[in-house]
Design a protein. Structure first.
Length: 223
């Protein structure tokens, strides 16, 4: 199973055109959401050196959430800021590609490295701004990961959410952390259960009982 060959070729043409138009600092990625293995969603990439990714690498957080939650009518997310693990600032856009039935089958991602431009902007701003003027920007959550980095990052976020190290967590704390991981697609990643169970010092049976506990509570809330 995979993207239709003609549709994939069309997306490749668009990706190549965008990369040629904006140069080597513009990464364009095609994610195949119909692939059987969600950990290998990248079907095509141009200028992968921007984030260090290549064909066959895993999804970003944005794509993982699409795979997990699959909203019926997701809206394109255009012109937002992301940061790569090595510190590059990217201006990014995420475009959802639909088939003839309106189902999202692919994502076209554009990541343009604006790190140097921000340095120029800062230098010019220092010359033209007067005392009292401020400039505030907002960066979104890091979204560029390989699968291993994504799982590590989600675990770190789950611990930060609880607000205490694993050694000091009680059962409720661990349930809360594992619910966060489940909600954000961590367990779609191959062998993630082993890693998460080991990290939190519990058995895989206990891990899955915590996940089932979440489902059980939902059923009680509905009754």
């Amino acid at each position: 199973m995979g993207l239709d060959a003609k549709r994939l070729e069309m997306l490749r043409q668009i990706a190549n055109a965008l990369a040629a138009q904006f140069g080597p600092g513009c990464e364009v990625v095609i994610h195949d959401l119909t692939a059987r293995d969600p950990e290998k969603s990248i079907a095509y990439i141009v200028n992968g050196h921007v984030t260090g990714r290549r064909v066959g690498d895993g999804p970003s957080t944005v794509v993982m959430e699409q795979i997990l939650h699959a909203p019926e009518n997701p809206q394109d997310h255009l012109g937002y800021l992301t940061r790569t693990p090595d510190g590059k600032i990217l201006k990014s856009s995420t475009v959802y590609i639909r088939d003839g039935r309106g189902r999202v089958t692919a994502i076209l991602s554009i990541n343009y490295d604006i790190s140097a431009l921000l340095m120029v902007e800062s230098a010019i701003g220092g010359l033209v701004h007067t005392t009292g003027e401020t400039s505030q920007g907002r960066e979104e959550r890091i979204t560029v990961h390989n699968v291993s980095d994504l799982l590590d990052d989600l675990i770190e976020q789950s611990v930060a959410l609880v607000g205490k190290p694993v050694a000091l967590m009680n059962k409720d704390d661990k349930v809360r952390a594992i619910r966060f991981l489940s909600r954000h697609g961590a367990f779609l990643i191959t062998k993630s259960g082993d890693k998460v169970a080991k990290y939190f010092g519990i058995s895989k049976y206990t891990l899955y009982s915590y996940i089932d506990l979440k489902q059980e509570e939902k059923r009680h809330e509905q009754n």
